[in-house]
Design a protein around this ligand. Structure first.
Ligand SMILES: [Zn+2]
Length: 244
């Protein structure tokens, strides 16, 4: 166990502790670790109270707000809850410009596509490139659409799915172009247009769809958390629960 960071605020001390994965006796292990710190604080006239207003006349409870613990009195808890709700209202009230946003998402996703094609050229299918397509799409939506709201996240994800299909097509067309350009007078565009015919004739449709499916699966794994998080932020949702 290791205290990696200790930050002293006006009315509370925040410790970040790093240790091996803890089993169900985690509280006991943590307590043996933290109790000396608490004893030291008590011996220096510190008291336990609300971390916002500092009162120790009121009972204080521990709340988990957006997955971070906070020790608050009843009054401060209500205030925090109010401001979270107000924030949620104002987040929902602000709308984005859908058309401009989608243009931004498309332009952003092109950056990710380039990465996809280049990595494919090296012989790999990279879920990370798919995730980059998604991240750039959402960033692009936010830049041109004004705000990444719920419809922006959905639009960006749809663009990501379409653009992965496009990136896979470009990758395969490039392969075909490389093979045929020596013997035939073809352009990259010719290769792109006739790609499916060439794949069917050379019995490569299976590999083509295999690449596409692997690409989608890897992208789903690499970008799931990110997309869920964007959703959460876009709706201004929050979590608050009281710990025992
Ligand atoms: Zn308080």
């Amino acid at each position: 166990m290791l205290i990696t960071e200790a930050t002293a605020y006006d009315k509370y001390l925040l410790l970040q502790i790093k240790g091996p994965a803890l089993s169900k006796n985690a509280p006991d292990i943590l307590n043996t670790f933290i109790n000396p710190v608490i004893d030291y604080l008590i011996s220096n006239q510190y008291t336990s109270g609300c971390e916002y207003c500092g009162t120790f006349a009121e009972p204080v409870d521990c709340y988990e707000i957006n997955d971070r613990p906070h020790n608050l009195c009843q009054k401060c808890k209500d205030e925090v809850l109010d401001s979270l709700r107000q924030n949620q209202q104002s987040v929902i009230a602000r709308k984005s410009n859908l058309v401009a946003g989608l243009v931004g998402a498309f332009l952003g996703s092109l950056l990710g596509c380039i990465l996809w094609v280049l990595i494919y050229k090296l012989g790999y299918i990279a879920g990370i490139a798919g995730a980059v397509i998604g991240i750039c799409a959402m960033k692009g939506y936010e830049l041109l659409g004004g705000r990444l709201d719920k419809k922006g996240v959905i639009g960006s994800v749809i663009i990501m799915i379409v653009m992965i299909y496009f990136a896979n097509n470009v990758s395969w067309s490039w392969e075909i172009y490389d093979v045929f350009k020596a013997d035939y007078d073809i352009t990259f565009f010719d290769a792109y247009v006739s790609m499916k015919d060439v794949l069917i004739e050379s019995d490569l449709m299976g590999s083509y769809y295999g690449d596409l499916i692997i690409g989608y699966l890897l992208t789903a794994v690499a970008s799931f958390r990110n997309i869920m998080n964007a959703f959460k932020v876009s709706t201004g949702s929050f979590t608050m629960k009281k710990n025992k």
